[in-house]
Design a protein around this ligand. Structure first.
Ligand SMILES: [Zn+2]
Length: 415
């Protein structure tokens, strides 16, 4: 069977398990479908001959493909691949019904006749780059879940290829399938790194052909709790402390131009993403983002200073600040001994004739957390488009190239 067919079959197999994550669930994994998918993958990996297969209490599935190097072969780095089990919840159906458009001939694609849902060339002109391709789409009622099941299929087919072709030498290869990436990288944060003892790793978690990401935000969040003093208006003068207005003072102390809606590229921001207030208390939620570590730390200091000033201005209010780091810029984990892991991506693209598009991601990947733990984990394309939308689509020629990338990386790492 050709590579595209094998990728298609794997994808349909994994897309059939509904594994949408659920923001705000108190547990990891946030939904049972993710564990179900981990169990299915564990079986498939066992069939391929992977060892040390284990699903943790958090549904993190890890395993290892033992090296097949001949005696006397030079030392080869241990490499890992990390993909996520969950698909995003954007208030569409959790069930995915993929359809294959064979030999796409251009023009709009009808995703759902009954509901009149179309993937149009007007809104998504990039689709016409794939005339002649088989394209997988959803039925318009859900995301397709190529994010991240295109990557899961990719790594499974790559492992299958390595196992079935004894002429392909490779060192130790580790895999990790993690839940709940879409709800704050919660799954990778539950990884037991003793089960993933690699020199470096890769994720396959962004969009179109050629995309490479090894710069992500440094990310953190802060919460400011304000307790005021309530009073009846008849005796409020000089007594009442209105927490809603204290919260407004805090928000007004931030630069209104350094927000997500006014920044791009490598510009960071503080995002006021929630204000909750009543007569007695208020809570302001903030997200802090910057590619540059120094500027990121400066933004955190800016919040501390703003809160300090707020306390001086409203001495009778109780104001508490909590702040935590969520993930870090992958690039900050680059060291002399591991930077070849990024070089391999460009070398692989060069050999496969793929033009790289390096992107400073205004967000994070599982690699942003894993890299902060010392395992450099850059990311390359899945080949799919329109993640987090019912217009998500997988052009099979690009998806195939992503799998060829995985195999080429193994080859280059083993050389
Ligand atoms: Zn993803």
């Amino acid at each position: 069977m050709n590579l595209q067919k094998r990728l298609q079959e794997r994808f349909l197999r994994y897309a059939a398990v509904s594994s949408q994550s659920n923001e705000g669930a108190a547990v990891v994994p946030s939904t049972p479908g993710q564990r179900e998918l981990a169990e299915l993958l564990k079986k498939d990996l066992a069939e391929l001959g992977l060892v040390d297969l284990e699903i943790s209490e958090y549904s993190v599935l890890t395993g290892r493909l033992p090296a097949n190097l001949p005696e006397g072969y030079h030392a080869v780095p241990k490499v890992g691949w990390v993909t996520h089990l969950d698909t995003v919840n954007v208030c569409l159906s959790p069930e995915v019904h993929p359809q294959i458009i064979k030999n796409y001939q251009g023009g709009d694609i009808c995703l759902n006749k009954e509901k009149q849902i179309y993937l149009t060339v007007k809104e998504h002109p990039e689709i016409e780059r794939y005339i002649g391709d088989d394209i997988i789409v959803s039925d318009g009622t859900s995301v397709l879940g190529a994010d991240n099941k295109a990557a899961i299929s990719n790594i499974m087919v790559a492992l299958e290829t390595l196992v079935n072709d004894k002429n392909r030498y490779h060192g130790e290869i580790y895999v990790a399938f993690v839940p709940d990436e879409e709800v704050g990288l919660l799954g990778s944060k539950k990884m037991d790194f003793s089960k993933f003892p690699v020199d470096f790793a890769y994720t396959i978690d962004c969009c179109e052909l050629g995309e490479v990401v090894y710069q992500t935000f440094n990310a953190g969040s802060a919460e400011v709790y304000i307790k005021g003093i309530t009073a009846h208006p008849m005796s409020a003068k000089g007594v009442l402390v209105n927490p809603a207005l204290v919260a407004v003072d805090l928000v007004n102390s931030f630069d209104r131009m350094q927000t997500p809606e006014h920044t791009e590229g490598l510009e960071g921001f503080i995002w006021v993403n929630g204000i909750d207030a009543n007569v007695s208390e208020a809570k302001v939620s903030l997200k802090i983002r910057d590619h540059n570590k120094k500027l990121y730390e400066a933004r955190k200091q800016q919040i501390r200073d703003a809160v300090e000033f707020l306390r001086l201005r409203h001495p009778k209010a109780v104001i508490e600040l909590t702040m935590s780091d969520t993930y870090a810029n992958i690039e900050d984990a680059v060291r002399e001994d591991n930077k070849k892991c990024i070089d391999f991506i460009y070398q692989a693209m060069d050999e496969l004739g793929i033009t790289p598009k390096t992107i400073a991601m205004r967000g994070g990947t599982d690699g942003s957390f894993i890299s902060s733990k010392g395992i450099l984990t850059p990311n390359y394309f899945t080949g799919a488009h329109n993640f987090h939308s019912n217009c998500e689509f997988m052009p099979m020629s690009a998806v195939e190239k992503s799998c060829l990338m995985t195999l080429k990386l193994v080859e280059l790492i083993t050389k």
